[in-house]
Design a protein around this ligand. Structure first.
Ligand SMILES: [Zn+2]
Length: 173
């Protein structure tokens, strides 16, 4: 926080008051002893999506829902599953804490959810979302989905014998 009088960066908070929608602070500059006020407010922001051609548009949860529903059409998914995925993706996007987010990141979030929800929906979405350059990578992914490697239970057992892993810390979300 720069002093508005001398530009000094060392300031001291003399008083701090909650005034409803903000915190009002009286500050004093350590250099020139000038006093000034600051207001701290919750930042309200609307998430903007940066498209591949650099155009911006406001994040549209409905659009996300429609995209997911299309990918999941006629798939045996429990009721409310798509809504839940939309909810989770939206929360994740806000958690990045950025005001702008690329459509690629949103696409990756959707793919990540669909991968666990329904393999066919995942492939459908990926084939639309991914550019043609990625076809080779796409093919590799489909192969992995069709021929999942068997988990190596032997090495897992060895690991648990050699070293007891500590329990994972619970998330605070
Ligand atoms: Zn000053």
């Amino acid at each position: 926080m720069k002093c508005p009088f001398c530009g000094g960066t060392e300031t001291r908070v003399k008083d701090s008051r909650d005034i409803g929608d903000a915190i009002h602070r009286r500050r004093e500059c350590e250099h020139c002893k000038g006093r000034f006020s600051t207001y701290e407010r919750v930042e309200k922001f609307h998430l903007m999506v940066v498209k591949r051609d650099q155009r911006r548009e406001p994040f549209d949860r409905q659009k996300l829902y429609v995209g997911l529903r299309k990918a999941c059409e006629k798939r045996p998914l429990p009721a409310g599953e798509i809504e839940k995925a939309v909810e989770e993706i939206e929360q994740e996007l806000y958690r990045f804490g950025r005001q702008e987010i690329s459509s690629d990141i949103i696409g990756e979030q959707v793919m990540e959810r669909l991968r666990h929800m329904d393999k066919i929906a995942y492939i459908r979405f990926a084939s639309v979302y991914r550019s043609f350059d990625d076809v080779e990578k796409m093919f590799e992914e489909i192969q992995t989905l069709l021929n999942p490697e068997k988990p190596n239970t032997e090495s897992l057992n060895q690991l648990s014998l050699a070293e007891q892993p500590e329990p994972l810390p619970s998330d605070d979300f």
